[in-house]
Structures are given as structure tokens and as C-alpha cells.
Design a protein around this ligand. Structure first.
Ligand code: C2E
Ligand code: MG
Ligand code: MG
Length: 733
């Protein structure tokens, strides 16, 4: 209770009585006194009473004033007795408030409070606690905290007054303390590593358990470090860069753990005051794995998974940089495109695992042949590209090409197999063959195709003519596709003449393409394009159907010969294509001849032979076309029972004048006789050739001397003419 209660007033009277200031009854009531003395007494008494009233008023004012303060206030006299306390003080110590009275000693109220358990901090060592508390009371200056039994925390600040007493201030900081505790809990128990770091000297002031576990430092060691000593590279701590911007609160940082491992961190920072020091709270999210995964993905997007070499994308970037650099200097850049020869055969015969190992081996050898600054990439399954800069002459690229071919050529020992693989190289140079990466790669690719055609295991430079040719081929492809779709292609027929009777035995169907702008386009021009692009299959089918349909209209003893490309044997449906054409036209199989070339038998494929046998079993006849131009291995003749051999026109040319040619014809004719095979001579142009062929006993002839290839309409009249005239005179002049 504060001043003014009944007891207080009673006690005050007692105090005043003891001090002798209380008006007493006169000892000599009736004794005469000098009047002046009495007057003086009355006066001073009145003065004293006025002073007391004054003091009481100011005491009352002071009491009212201190009651207004939000903090608890207590004033003690030099002996530690209560003089004044306000309402807040009494509320803070509501449990002990019944003990407060003016003149009561703080020490006594403390003692009673401790005994009642109002001060849990004192438990077990009550006397020491009270002594320590009183010591603080008389040596004030430092703030301290006190916990009460109801859990509240009170901040105490005390000052000595001039008269030796004490003025004490009490602030209830329970809520603040609770906030602090929950922050502590959030900090200590947080699974995210957290560090509190001083802003001024960057010293680490506190770390949580997660930080200790993550970094591997002991707490004491950790809290002796400066934040910079965690950094992998010396740089300004990220929070210092732009403290004002909230969005910048999250940044990345590279740290070193106690074991030396590097980690990437995303940092969230917030400034705060920690133990009265301006500090920053850092939450450190370890993003090392994420960064690694990102880096892995970025690597995979730009590299070949098998060899680890850059892929086309990355090579183009590197090339663009090299080209940019070379533009400012007289130096040249060379692009060498290297293709492995017959890599498919390795895969097919030894399996993909060995194929993969071979590619890795090749990549390794290429890399070790190159300088550090040369770029190497894998473009597709069996093609690599090498980019060399700083060249002065194209010959410099030749040197490298030779070294690369040599490096590759040595055998590779793979899973117990000794594998040998060759390669061809196409070279394009900048400036000249293209100024940007894609064009250069294309040029090098064209040069590579050329190198492979020339002879495998060689290299070739890009030539502008190659490019023009390639573009011409592309044009043909587009137009040919269109011509097939619109059924523009037609067979023309060239007769085959029995040389002994001079009669037409049959016709060879030769494809003709009447082109709106270019007139009749030669098959020599578009058959290779059709073979490259797969258009040979629809084209071949079309020719077969047409030829059969036309041939049914001819006399029964006249056959038709259709050329087949080796590629048609790969498509798998050749047999059904032939049976369909026969069925659809109603032509007898024995009137159909199919012409194949030696290249078909080059691969010695069981599937090809099976198809040939199946065709022959249908009753269809099989001819070997252009005999003598290919590998002319006699084993081909043994591998399949051909019905006819067509000697290539190059042997027929100049037959009269050339003894060697004549000897060759003679031996082929006798070979045919031995095998029971019809021998046909192609490209017969002159009478001399014809008489020579006749003399050698050649069975059949075909050539401009008899007739060029003609449309079907003309064939019918040609055959009618043959029927009308005497056999001998038919077509032979
Ligand atoms: P090939 O099968 O050897 O056909 C003979 C070629 O020689 C024809 O050329 C023919 O016109 C030509 N020729 C015939 N007699 C003479 C002559 O006395 N002197 C000269 N210099 N040449 C003569 P064409 O029609 O240009 O055909 C060229 C080649 O194109 C053919 O050679 C054949 O391999 C191919 N071919 C033609 N049509 C087809 C077809 O429908 N399918 C396939 N796959 N290839 C075809
Ligand atoms: Mg032919
Ligand atoms: Mg031929």
C-alpha cells in the first residue's frame, strides 16, 4: 500500500511524537509565564504545523507524480527503509506488497518474501542471495534482472540519492524476455545453419547447432572466428554490398568447412542488435548439391555423354569465338571433319559395348594429338570435328590431318579384340569456305564425303564446286520427289538383239524424266540422288509396274529387263514388289529380267542372296549388268547362278582397234559358254563392233547401232515392223 493508509498515518503520528514535535499538554498549566515567551511558542508551533502541512502536500504531490510513471519506483532512506513507492512498484511485487510500509526495511521484506518463495532464484542459497541483492542495492549503477515466482522478469536499476538513500526503478521485461527466449529457440533449434555476426568487426557472436554440425567447428572455436575466415575467397561479405535493399537479402557465397570442403551457400541476412551490439543474423542454405546438379545439366547440354567431348553446340560457340578473333588477324582457321571408316561394321560384329570403347579410344587419341588451344568435338556417332586456329597456309592443316589419321590407325585392344579402324577427313578453311561456324562445318562435311568417295583413309579440301554440286543435288531431290508424286517418270525401252538372228529378244526399261525446263534428264544424274535419298524405292516400284504393264502388250517371246538398285534389296519388300507387279499386269515371270550390278554382291549378304534365289524361284531371270566395271570377282558368278551377263560398254568401245578389249570379250564369252549363261554386249555403236562381237560368238547386243531407248508407243510399231519384215533384216543393218 502506498502512503495515506490508516496505519501509515498512525505511525506517522508516533514518529512525530518521538521527535518531540507533537504538541504536548503544558506542564505548568496555571503557572504564569511571560507573555512574550508564550506568543513565541504559539508562533513557532504554527510555523511548524504549516511546514509539516507543506511537507505533507509535497510528499502527496510526489506520490501522485510517481504513480503516473509506467515503471515501478521505490525510494529508500539511507538505512534501506521504505520512504516511498508507487502503484506500479506495488503491482510488480504484488505478492510481497502486504509487507511494504513506510519505515519498513527492504531487507526484512526481502527476507519474508524469500521465505515465502516469492524469489525462486534464491532457492537453496537464500542468505547468499539476499546478501548479493543488498550489495547491489548499495553499490548501484549496474542493471540487473530478477525473476519472480509467477515467472515474471523484472529489470532493476538503482541509484544513490544525495542523502545516502536509494532510488530504484523496476521495469517488467517479461514479454521482452519471452520474445528473446523464443528467438533463441528458433535460432538454436533451427535446422538451417545460422550465424550471428558483429557488423563492426565481423566477429562471430553466436552460432546454432545446425551451423556447428554443418561446418564441423566446435562452438568455442566457431565463436572465436571472424566471418571472413569461413569464406573461400576474400571478398566483401555479401550483406555489406547493399544493405538497404530487401530483395538483395538473399545472395550466394562460397565457404570452406572445417575439413576443407567447399560449399555454396544462399544467404539470407537481417540486421539486429545482439547483446547490445549491432549485428547481422545470417541463415545459410547449403546449395552445393543444387549448384552441382545445375552444372552437371549445363555440362550435359554441351557435351557428348560417351566421350565427354564438347558437342556440336559447344563447338559452334567455341568456333564463333575463334572466328571472331581470326577476323582481326591474317591467320586462318581450319575445320577438319573426321569420319571413321566402316564404324558400323565394328558395332555390328563386335557389339555396341566395343563400339563405345572404340569411340572413347579414338577421342582420347585425337585429344592427345592436338594442342591445348585446338578444339575437338564429337558431332555424331562416328564423326568428330577439330578446329585449329592460327594457321598461315592450308598446308598446315594437311600436317594435322596426317597426324590425326596416323594416330587413329594403330590397333585398339578392346575386350580382347584387336580392332583397326581407319578414318577420312574433310577440311574447310576460314576465311574462304565459310565465315561462320555452321557454314564451315557444312563445307567440311562436304569435303569429308568427297574424301570418302576418293579413297577411304584420305583427306580432301572443300571445293566451291562441291557446294554447287550439293546444291544441285538438293534441287534434283526436291524436283524428283515431285515428279514421282505426279507420275511424270516414264520407262523408255531399248531393244536387245539376238546377234545370230538379228531379232529383238526383249527390251531394257530405262527410266526417263521429261523435265519442264531441262528436257529429258539423264538417269545418270538422278539415280544416285534417288539412291541417297531413298526415292529409289518408289521409283523402282513405279518402273517395275509400268514395264510389266507395257510388256504384256508385246508378243509372248519378247521379254522386258528392269534395272534394280542394290538399295532396293535393303528395303525388304522387293520380293513382294515384283510379285505384285507380275500379278497386277499378268506378265509371265519368265518374260521378266532383273538387272543387278556387282556392288550388290560386294557385301556377301545372306539376305541379298536369299532374295535373289527367291526371285529366281518365281521364274524371273537375273542378269549381271555392267560386268567388268566393278570388282569383277569371279566368285560373284559362283555365288549366284545368273541367267545373263551384260558386258559393260567400255569393253565394247573400240573393239576393232583394241586387242586387249577383244581378248577380254573373248574370255567373257567363253566363260558364259562354260557356265551356260547368255552374254550380252552393251553399247554397240558400230558395225565393226558388231561384227567383232559376232565373230567372238557373243549372244546378244544392245546399243545405238540397233536403237536408242524409245517410248512404248514406238516399241509397238517397232515390233510390228519386225513381224512384217524378214527376220534377218529386222534391226540389224
Ligand atoms: P544401264 O543399265 O547399263 O543402261 C544402259 C545405258 O547405256 C543406258 O543409259 C543407255 O541409254 C545407254 N546406252 C545404250 N546403248 C548405248 C550406246 O550405244 N552408246 C552409249 N554411249 N550408251 C548407250 P541411260 O538410260 O542413261 O541409263 C544409265 C544408267 O542408269 C543405266 O545403265 C542404269 O544403271 C541406270 N538406270 C536407268 N534406268 C534405271 C531404272 O529404272 N532403275 C535403276 N535402278 N537404274 C536405272
Ligand atoms: Mg541395265
Ligand atoms: Mg549396263
Amino acid at each position: 500500500m502506498s502512503l495515506g493508509s490508516k496505519e501509515t498515518r498512525k505511525r506517522k503520528r508516533t514518529v512525530l511524537a518521538r521527535s518531540g514535535r507533537q504538541p504536548r499538554k503544558p506542564r505548568f498549566a496555571h503557572a504564569a509565564r511571560p507573555r512574550i515567551e508564550r506568543d513565541q511558542f504559539v508562533q513557532s508551533r504554527a510555523e511548524a504545523e504549516a511546514a509539516i502541512a507543506d511537507a505533507r502536500r509535497s510528499h502527496e504531490r510526489l506520490r501522485q507524480a510517481v504513480d503516473l510513471l509506467p515503471q515501478g519506483i521505490v525510494i529508500l532512506d539511507p538505512e534501506g527503509r521504505y520512504v516511498l513507492w508507487n502503484k506500479q512498484y506495488a503491482e510488480i511485487y504484488s505478492k510481497t506488497a502486504d509487507l511494504f510500509q513506510e519505515g519498513a526495511r527492504l531487507e526484512d521484506t526481502l527476507r519474508v518474501g524469500v521465505a515465502r518463495g516469492d524469489y525462486p532464484e534464491a532457492e537453496g542459497h537464500e542468505d547468499e542471495w539476499i546478501a548479493a541483492r543488498l550489495k547491489k542495492l548499495y553499490e548501484p549503477g549496474k542493471r540487473h534482472e530478477q525473476t519472480l515466482s509467477d515467472g515474471r522478469v523484472i529489470l532493476i536499476e538503482e541509484r544513490r540519492t544525495d542523502d545516502g538513500g536509494v532510488v530504484g526503478l523496476r521495469v517488467d521485461i517479461t514479454e521482452l524476455k519471452q520474445r528473446e527466449a523464443s528467438f533463441r529457440l528458433l535460432f538454436d533449434g533451427n535446422p538451417v545453419p545460422m550465424i550471428v555476426c558483429a557488423l563492426d568487426d565481423e566477429r562471430i557472436l553466436g552460432v546454432n547447432d545446425a551451423a556447428i554440425a554443418h561446418y564441423g567447428y566446435g562452438r568455442a572455436e566457431f565463436e572465436r572466428l571472424k566471418i571472413r575466415s569461413l569464406q573461400a575467397f576474400d571478398s566483401e561479405p555479401p550483406w555489406t554490398k547493399d544493405r538497404s535493399s530487401e530483395e538483395q537479402a538473399a545472395r550466394t557465397w562460397k565457404h570452406v568447412k572445417a575439413d576443407g570442403a567447399l560449399i555454396d551457400l544462399a544467404i539470407y541476412s537481417r540486421e539486429l542488435v545482439y547483446h547490445e551490439r549491432p549485428a547481422v543474423l545470417l541463415a545459410l542454405m547449403d546449395i552445393t548439391e543444387r549448384k552441382r546438379a545445375e552444372a552437371r545439366l549445363a555440362f550435359m547440354a554441351q557435351h557428348d555423354g560417351l566421350t565427354g567431348l564438347p558437342n556440336r553446340n559447344l563447338l559452334r560457340q567455341t568456333m564463333d569465338e575463334m572466328l571472331l578473333h581470326s577476323r582481326r588477324s591474317p591467320e586462318k582457321v581450319a575445320v577438319l571433319m573426321l569420319g571413321l571408316d566402316n564404324f558400323k561394321a565394328v558395332n555390328d560384329t563386335l557389339g555396341h559395348a566395343v563400339g563405345d570403347k572404340l569411340l572413347r579410344g579414338v577421342a582420347k587419341r585425337l585429344r592427345s594429338t592436338l594442342r591445348e588451344e585446338d578444339a575437338l568435338a564429337r558431332l555424331n556417332s562416328d564423326e568428330f570435328a577439330i578446329v585449329q586456329s592460327g594457321l598461315t597456309r592450308p598446308e598446315d592443316a594437311v600436317g594435322l590431318a596426317k597426324r590425326l589419321l596416323e594416330a587413329i590407325a594403330d590397333p585398339y585392344l578392346l575386350d580382347g579384340h584387336s580392332v583397326v579402324i581407319g578414318a577420312s577427313i574433310g577440311i574447310a578453311m576460314a576465311p574462304g569456305d565459310g565465315d561462320e561456324s555452321e557454314k564451315l562445318l557444312k563445307s567440311a562435311g562436304m569435303a569429308l564425303s568427297r574424301a570418302k568417295l576418293d579413297s577411304r583413309g584420305s583427306f580432301a579440301f572443300f571445293e566451291a564446286a562441291l557446294d554447287a554440286k550439293a546444291q544441285g543435288r538438293r534441287k534434283i531431290e526436291v524436283e524428283l520427289r515431285d515428279a514421282i508424286q505426279h507420275d511424270v517418270l516414264r520407262p523408255y525401252y531399248q531393244p536387245l538383239i539376238d546377234l545370230s538372228s538379228g531379232r529383238i529378244t526383249g527390251f531394257e526399261a530405262l527410266v526417263r524424266w521429261p523435265h519442264a525446263e531441262r528436257g529429258m534428264v539423264s538417269p545418270a544424274e538422278f539415280i544416285p540422288v534417288a539412291e541417297e535419298t531413298g526415292l529409289i524405292n518408289p521409283l523402282g516400284g513405279l518402273m517395275l509396274r509400268r514395264a510389266c504393264l507395257d510388256a504384256v502388250t508385246w508378243p509372248d517371246d519378247v521379254s522386258v529387263a528392269v534395272n534394280l538398285s542394290p538399295l532396293q534389296f535393303r528395303s525388304g519388300n522387293l520380293l513382294s514388289m515384283v510379285t505384285d507387279a507380275l500379278k497386277h499386269s499378268g506378265l509371265s515371270p519368265r518374260r521378266l529380267e532383273l538387272e543387278i550390278t556387282e556392288t550388290l554382291l560386294l557385301e556377301k549378304s545372306a539376305q541379298v542372296l536369299a532374295t535373289l534365289h527367291a526371285l529366281r524361284a518365281l521364274g524371273v531371270r537375273i542378269s549381271m549388268d555392267d560386268f567388268g566395271t566393278g570388282y569383277s570377282s569371279l566368285s560373284y558368278l559362283r555365288s549366284f547362278p545368273f541367267d545373263k551377263i551384260k558386258i559393260d560398254q567400255s569393253f565394247v568401245r573400240d573393239l576393232g582397234a583394241n586387242r586387249e578389249a577383244q581378248a577380254i570379250i573373248r574370255s567373257i564369252v567363253s566363260l558364259g559358254k562354260g557356265l551356260g549363261v547368255i552374254i550380252t554386249a552393251e553399247g554397240v555403236e558400230t558395225e565393226a563392233e558388231l561384227s567383232c562381237l559376232r565373230a567372238e560368238g557373243c549372244d546378244e547386243g544392245q546399243g545405238f547401232l540397233f536403237s536408242k531407248a524409245r517410248p512404248n508407243a514406238e516399241i509397238i510399231s517397232l515390233l510390228a515392223a519386225q513381224r512384217g519384215i524378214d527376220g534377218d533384216a529386222a534391226l540389224v543393218a
